[in-house]
Write a protein that binds this ligand. Structure first.
Ligand SMILES: [Cu+2]
Length: 149
């Protein structure tokens, strides 16, 4: 019965799409299929625990959250809403991915310690900007922008 209702719904969408196509002249096919969750993999490279030249923890603490942080943010990714990110730790020490900034209504994700060879995934359901760092090595920092659906 549920399957029948689903078919009727799909048929209705197709009919509407055809009418829209006939009147407006184009069809956005993507809206007919359910979005598949997409996973973006970020690898934490070996040697990441070594502090790079020019890093200032005071500077990080003062400026990272405010958006005027001058030290290069190592990772910048843009994903769609409800997509996932998976961090894989290729380093020989543990790291964390700890969100310090998240959009209103979104949880600030925190992986806890990701041991060497382990990974951590998060699915981001709220659009906006997230900024995260490793709790132990603040030079490992990233910015994630989640686009609207
Ligand atoms: Cu770390």
């Amino acid at each position: 019965m549920k399957e029948m209702r689903r078919r009727v719904l799909i048929l209705a969408i197709v009919v509407i799409a055809i009418v829209v196509t006939a009147t407006a002249g184009y069809i956005y096919v993507g809206s007919l299929s359910s979005a598949k969750p997409i996973v973006t993999v970020i690898r934490i490279p070996k040697g990441s625990s070594t502090e790079p030249t020019g890093f200032s923890v005071a500077d990080f603490q003062t400026n990272f959250v405010n958006g005027t942080y001058p030290f290069p943010v190592n990772v910048t990714v843009t994903i769609g809403v409800n997509n996932s990110i998976e961090w894989v730790n290729d380093d020989t020490v543990g790291h964390t991915v700890t969100a310090l900034v998240a959009p209103a209504g979104a949880l600030k994700f925190n992986s806890g310690l990701i041991s060497e060879g382990k990974s951590f995934s998060v699915t981001l359901n709220v659009q906006g900007v997230y900024k995260y760092t490793c709790a132990w090595h603040n030079w490992l920092a990233g910015k994630i922008t989640v686009n609207s659906p």
